[in-house]
Design a protein around this ligand. Structure first.
Ligand code: ADP
Ligand code: ZN
Length: 607
């Protein structure tokens, strides 16, 4: 970046946003756009795309029009800009006419720097706006929606193709978090961008710790969520469930433990759904139990954890869902539980789906299963899936933390296979577990399975252990699941060889990793440091203020800002300006109340 431009941009960054430096790619993209060049910014969610057009807008004398498909997200962005003292407005179908007129009038005078609008509105009004508004930059958010290759094609986006012709000489910046090259080239071509500056950021989110574990049963899953809620009392999390019924049951179970939880799924009336989302954004509930429908367009920086109660259908969804945690860059946790049952349910979804998608969805599910069963660094595997090379293990996933212990599982495998054969291949995974464990289930006895020789032969292992081993047997190709025949299990030729003792089979050992680690965590949190107690105090101040002025807490200050504040302990407004995220407007508006809280805290600890 040219040194003068850079100095100017940094001063604006400090003044309006309270940040000291740019994230990777931001300076380069801002430089290109400020110099009038088209650009494509490919960055993961949370990478800091908004600044790439907001900063050039602050640096020029006109308006930047931002095209965005999500109304909730537009409103959120406008609120965040206004909170930082940057004039912004949104023009879309949910805004009253007089507000829209006023916004456009302000934009005409160059007093609104960022004008957010929907693609429909933009396409319809572009001929008029190109004459009446001083448009200096056009930003197209979620630009992958223009491409048929993308996963979220929106036909109206293709009408944006005329933007370069309608606004000659105005730089267009396309932004997206979707990774593949095909889509990116398609965006540039369809928008007719001229020699665009292109930036691809890393999709690595090293602050999110990743854990994948065999389903330990409902009680343990709930215990794990309770533990996360206790660990992050001021923040929030999402529990993803595979079905509406399960999302509702989980919500009820958490509420019964005294946790402020809400439910969100596509089967709820729109009003109830919006209420759940609103309560979550405002921090009135700390957990949302949701089906996959939840999270699109939620720009909440203090989601600290995401729990998947079931295995997701593909790696793209999984990565997108865990990516909703830790957008502020602070440590966050992703925990996924999986079981054989999930695979069976997901297979059924695929079988019921449109035939043209079946092949690709089956393939994607297979990749997901491979990820779950892998014994290599999870993050390396995820990034390699997105064609991003990572040469070192991450050190922040369950595999890195404890490489799975392998053991010679031949005997266990033979017990299971033998039971399958003796039932004439008439059982599914759950019944098989029960036979091995010697359960006296009514339907089991009715079918005479309590009289076969392997009945109770695996009573030394828990249900969770058997579940884990049987799913490995399926992954390893020892057992085949007849999805078209009540999910009955059948030994494969490889399985038959193992049964006859011609093959040795190594299995990953089921360990009480989850339980052991949670004990360790509780022990360490007992010695909360001074900084942590101050942070808790600052969060309480933020919460009270948020309730008073009816603003989501994270729009006052993000968790990252409060953490920085607790570390620095400013005593004057001048010190306060050094805090990450404390721009001029926020310092003037909120600085004193946090300074008072810090002073009170220090008095308290001295006494
Ligand atoms: P994206 O649109 O790519 O998902 P955002 O633009 O919403 O990401 O930015 C994500 C978060 O990172 C926001 O809280 C934003 O304020 C913060 N952020 C952006 N740029 C910087 C920076 N240079 N320094 C510190 N924080 C930043
Ligand atoms: Zn790792």
């Amino acid at each position: 970046m040219n040194p003068d431009t850079h100095a100017r941009a940094l001063a604006l960054l400090r003044r309006f946003y309270g940040y000291d430096s740019f994230r990777p790619g931001q300076a380069e993209i801002i430089d290109a756009v400020a110099a009038g060049r088209d650009a494509i910014a490919l960055m993961p969610t949370g990478g800091g795309k908004s600044l790439c057009y907001q900063m050039p807008a602050l640096m020029c004398d006109g308006v930047c029009v931002v095209v965005s498909p999500l109304i909730a997200l537009m409103d959120d962005q406008v609120a965040a800009l206004l909170a930082n003292g940057i004039p912004a407005a949104a023009v879309h179908s949910n805004r009253p006419d007089d507000e829209v007129r006023e916004a456009l009038e302000q934009a005409r005078l160059g007093r609104v720097k960022l004008l957010y609008t929907s693609p429909e509105r933009f396409v319809a009004d572009l001929p008029a706006w190109s004459r009446s508004l001083p448009i200096r930059i056009v930003a197209i958010d979620e630009a992958h929606c223009i491409s048929q290759w993308g996963h979220d094609f929106r036909p109206v986006y293709t009408e944006l193709a005329g933007v370069k012709a309608a606004l000659p000489g105005v730089p267009v910046i396309a932004l997206t978090a979707t990774a593949d090259r095909l889509t990116r080239d398609d965006i540039a071509r369809q928008l007719a961008l001229r020699d665009p500056f292109s930036w691809t950021g890393s999709f690595d989110r090293p602050n999110i710790s990743i854990e994948v574990a065999p389903d330990p049963g409902k009680a343990r899953r709930i215990a794990r969520v309770r533990e996360l809620v206790r660990k992050y009392p001021d923040d929030s999390g999402i529990v993803y469930c595979l079905s509406r019924a399960k999302a509702e049951a989980m919500t009820a179970a958490l509420q019964a433990c005294g946790i402020r939880a809400a439910c969100y799924h596509a089967g709820m009336p729109a009003a109830a759904r919006e209420e759940s989302q609103r309560a979550f954004i405002n921090g009135d509930v700390s957990v949302v139990c949701a089906t996959v429908a939840f999270g699109m367009g939620i720009d909440k920086s203090n989601i600290r954890w995401v729990v998947h109660n079931n295995m997701p259908a593909n790696i793209e969804s999984y990565y997108q869902e865990i990516g909703r945690a830790g957008r502020d860059g602070l440590p966050a946790e992703a925990v996924m539980f999986h079981s054989v049952g999930d695979v069976i349910t997901l297979r059924r979804f695929i079988d019921d789906s449109d035939s043209s998608r079946r092949g690709i969805n089956t393939e994607k599910l297979a990749r997901m299963q491979a990820f779950v069963d892998a014994a290599v660094c999870r993050r390396r595997m995820l990034l390699s899936y997105f064609n991003e090379e990572k040469v070192r293990d991450c050190g922040n996933c369950d595999v890195c933390r404890s490489a799975p212990l392998r053991f010679d599982g031949t005997v266990a495998v033979q017990k299971a296979l033998s039971a399958v054969v003796r039932t004439d291949c008439g059982v599914g995974a759950y019944m098989l577990c029960d036979i091995l464990r010697g359960s006296l289930r009514h339907d089991l006895r009715l079918r005479g399975y309590d009289r076969i020789r392997t009945f109770g032969a695996g009573a030394d292992m828990s249900m969770a252990e058997w579940n884990y081993y049987i799913s490995q047997m399926i992954q390893l190709g020892l057992l085949d699941v007849a999805y078209d025949d009540n999910n009955r299990l059948r030994p494969t030729p490889y399985g038959m060889r193992a049964l006859r003792g011609e093959e040795r089979v190594m299995l990953a050992k089921y360990t009480e990793r989850t339980a052991a680690r949670s004990a360790a965590k509780t022990a360490s949190s007992a010695s909360r440091s001074d900084t942590d107690s101050l942070l808790a105090r600052l969060k309480a101040v933020r919460r009270a203020e948020a309730a008073r002025i009816k603003m989501p807490p994270y729009l006052i200050f993000s968790d990252a800002s409060l953490a920085d504040m607790a570390r620095r302990r400013p005593h004057t407004l001048d010190d306060f300006r050094e805090v990450q995220g404390a721009g001029e407007v926020k310092t003037a508006r909120f600085g004193q109340m946090f300074l008072d809280a810090i002073r009170d805290f220090e008095r308290g600890t001295l006494l």
